[in-house]
Design a protein around this ligand. Structure first.
Ligand code: BDR
Ligand code: CA
Length: 313
């Protein structure tokens, strides 16, 4: 039987505890071909995002994946980080050997522009950090809007935030960039805070990871630190849900269509993703985003465990 052609993919990220798990999942799956990883200033400064991306590729045995130079601040502002949420380096208490692998010389936005041109109508992007690299790419190469097939983001929330009452970190950290991306016309899928709060990883699932090989053990430690702080509620692992949705959309048990835009000002609403739900029977407007709303939690946990296992060698 002929092998199915893999879908070209770029992963834009700021690892980050949950980014690390999402990267493991994507490096293990075989639906997509990862063309490159484009780190960005986010959870920690850009240097951490870049170094962590290199180390995680090496740990997973995927030194072949190019890691690009990303943006060190927000598109029109200084840029924000997430403080101590992801520990001192971005990877909680996990310490990995310094990378032998080097960053590519090319910048993230030029790489994205080049790859979109090479794969018109096919390239997909998984974005699990602030959307700065993507916004710069869209400003520099406006034709991208007609070339990228889909962007799946972890970001935003319909009714809540985690940095402020309205602002989820990835959107709040560079709201201008997020608005450029949501307004680009590229079909979007959004994994927001509501579904993330539902897709928690529990202590017995962490234990299963910790009993595995090198990649599973690192995932177990990363997730375990969060699980321990959760008081039995389970670890929230936002970016892993976005990876799971790309690998198997059936992991989501409810999605809906919406027109989503981003509030870039406002005294208390900066960085809010504002959604108008589109009901097909009354459709007078075209949705720009599929909002993921509910998830099959045990299926997500099983995906994480099995995909990490694949990388254990
Ligand atoms: C998002 O912000 C970051 O801290 C996480 O890595 C995730 O991408 C959750 O709000
Ligand atoms: Ca992230």
């Amino acid at each position: 039987m002929a092998e199915l052609k893999k879908i070209p993919l770029i992963i834009d990220c700021d690892p980050g505890v949950d980014d690390a798990v999402a990267l493991f999942m994507m490096m293990a799956q075989d639906r997509y071909e990862i063309l490159g990883i484009t780190p960005v200033n986010g959870n920690k400064p850009l240097e951490n995002s870049e170094k962590n991306s290199l180390m995680l590729c090496e740990l997973a045995g995927r030194e072949d994946i190019p890691v690009l130079h990303g943006a060190h601040k927000a598109v029109f502002a200084e840029g924000r980080t997430a403080g101590a949420i992801h520990g001192a380096t971005g990877l909680g208490g996990v310490v990995l050997p310094d990378p032998r692998k080097q960053l590519e010389k090319e910048y993230a936005w030029d790489f994205i522009g080049r790859k979109a041109k090479e794969h018109p109508g096919e390239l997909e992007i998984l974005a699990i950090g602030p959307l700065t690299n993507l916004a710069i790419a869209l400003l520099k190469y406006p034709e991208l809007a007609g070339q990228v097939k889909r962007i799946v983001i972890m970001g935003g929330g319909i009714s809540t935030g985690n940095m402020t009452a309205s602002g989820e970190f990835n959107i709040w950290a560079d709201a201008d960039a997020a608005r450029i991306v949501f307004r680009s016309g590229i079909p979007m899928a959004m994994i927001g805070l509501e579904v993330c709060n539902e897709g928690r990883i529990m202590a017995d699932e962490v234990a299963a990871l910790k009993a595995g090989g090198p990649v599973s053990r690192v995932a177990g430690q990363l997730i375990g630190e969060r699980e321990e702080r959760s008081g039995g509620k389970g670890a929230v692992l936002c970016d892993a849900l976005a990876a799971a949705y790309m690998i198997d959309p059936g992991v989501m048990t409810e999605v809906f269509d919406a027109v989503v835009d981003v509030e870039t000002g406002g005294f208390i609403t900066e960085g809010r993703t504002v959604a108008k739900r589109i009901y097909r029977e009354f459709a007078d407007e075209k949705a720009n985003t599929v909002v993921c709303w509910h998830i099959d939690r045990p299926k997500l946990a099983e995906m994480i465990i099995q995909l990490c296992k694949k990388l254990d060698g």
